[in-house]
Design a protein around this ligand. Structure first.
Ligand code: TRP
Ligand code: SF4
Length: 405
């Protein structure tokens, strides 16, 4: 498995700054982040270097979107008191790890990532036959491994990137975790645990390696977790030694799959900037109301007296997101019997969307009126992130033999 349990408590995710966020982002991603921040040690970052891979000829949009996006996150309830919020380019360790990993990443691994060809096809108007674009999944691997994150909340489409990250981590550990004298160092580390624990570790290791007992592996890991007296490197050796490999310097992450967001846009397709069917996260109420009032309905309802079918209506999909069973029953019945008009039908949705946005708008206002506060949140986030990132890179350099002291 090649993992280190304590890292499972660390969650990392990023988002590209390419425009204002909408309710699709809220329902699909941010609501989940807000939940996670209470359960895990969360790192959320603005992926400005990732945005460059497709917007290198239009960098203005990145700079403008960064601050809006951070305010959108804060508005949605991401709390800088529990999660670390930062900008990727302010933690240069991401770039260093990306470079180091690039040396041992086979080209084929990157060429075979399905999003590579897909995105090139999709964004035909852009020249994406670049070095940076090919390497972007590796940059994502570097993002994740810089924090030794155990869990990465992503959508279905990004799972292949996590899989790539796992392969990269495995390759790295295989190449550089096999330091000279590994066995001897591991044996010495076992002794440092004290007589009783050392004996227990050896027994559990044997049980796992000879009888494949998963329980023994679990117990042994818990034992290692609880050791106060051993160094980080020794701990990594002992985790690796337990499973019969080398030192685990970069643990393999797991995807934390977010359910595909069903957030429909104003036309019934998935809400997305490219379809022009969005409601902004903190769009002004009058505009939200207008958008919903004018959104299309079942084309069969030309007049109010024509009955309709909610299955043919994008408004119904919004009821599925926002309405109680009672309201949904009322809409179904009223639509099919032509008992209600479409504007009547939309009103409860308008109310719910505005209610959802009210606290976000309020929080956002506090931050838009106080840019210094936002900047200090980001500065502090970068400090916290760098503290972890620096440690990882020291270890990475050391294991590669790049420490010249
Ligand atoms: N590639 C992700 C996207 O396009 C964003 C991202 C960059 C990311 N680095 C990450 C997500 C690390 C999770 C973890 O949506
Ligand atoms: Fe759509 Fe409601 Fe109008 Fe029926 S009554 S067509 S569900 S908006």
């Amino acid at each position: 498995m090649n993992t280190v349990p304590s890292q499972h408590q660390r969650v990392l995710s990023g988002m590209r700054p390419t425009g204002k966020l909408h309710l699709g982002h809220y329902h699909g991603v941010l609501k989940n982040w807000v939940q996670l921040q209470h359960e895990y040690d969360c790192f959320f970052f603005v992926a400005d270097w990732h945005a460059l891979t497709t917007e290198y000829d239009n960098t203005g949009i990145i700079a403008n979107s960064v601050w809006d996006m951070v305010i959108d996150w804060l508005a949605a309830g991401v709390n800088p008191g529990s999660a670390k919020i930062f900008i990727q380019s302010q933690v240069p360790e991401h770039a260093e790890l990306h470079l180091l990993l690039s040396m041992m990443t086979p080209l084929g691994w990157l060429e075979r990532v399905p999003t590579y060809k897909d995105q090139q096809e999709k964004l035909k108007e852009k020249d994406l036959a670049t070095y940076g674009f090919l390497g972007y999944p590796l940059l994502q691997s570097a993002d994740i491994l810089t924090y030794k994150s155990g869990l990465v909340p992503v959508g279905e489409d990004q799972v292949v990137h996590i899989e790539l990250t796992r392969e990269i981590a495995r390759r790295f550990n295989h190449l550089y975790g096999r330091e000279p004298g590994f066995e001897e160092k591991a044996e010495a580390a076992v002794k440092k645990m004290g007589k009783k624990n050392a004996k227990l570790y050896k027994e559990l290791r044997k049980k796992y390696q000879e009888q494949g007992e998963d329980e023994a592996l679990k117990t042994a890991r818990a034992l290692l977790e609880s050791q106060q007296n051993i160094t980080l490197s020794d701990r990594e050796r002992l985790f690796g030694f337990l499973e019969g490999g080398g030192r685990i310097i970069l643990p393999e992450p797991q995807p934390l799959l977010t359910k595909a967001s069903k957030m429909p846009g104003l036309d019934g397709q998935k809400m997305s900037k490219s379809y022009g069917n969005t409601i902004g996260l903190r769009e002004v109420p009058a505009e939200v109301e207008k958008k919903l009032r004018t959104m299309p309905t079942d084309p069969a309802r030309v007049r109010k007296t024509d009955p309709g079918d909610p299955q043919n209506c994008p408004v119904w999909q919004l009821h599925e997101v926002y309405s109680t069973d009672e309201v949904k029953g009322w809409a179904q019945q009223g639509c099919r019997s032509a008992g209600i008009g479409c504007i009547d039908c939309k009103q409860p949705i308008i109310d719910e969307v505005l209610k959802e946005q009210a606290p976000m708008r309020e929080r956002a206002e506090e931050y838009t009126n106080n840019q210094n506060l936002v900047r200090s949140i980001i500065n502090e986030g970068a400090e916290q992130a760098r503290e972890v990132a620096r440690k990882t890179l020291e270890e990475v350099r050391q294991s590669m033999g790049l420490e010249y002291r």
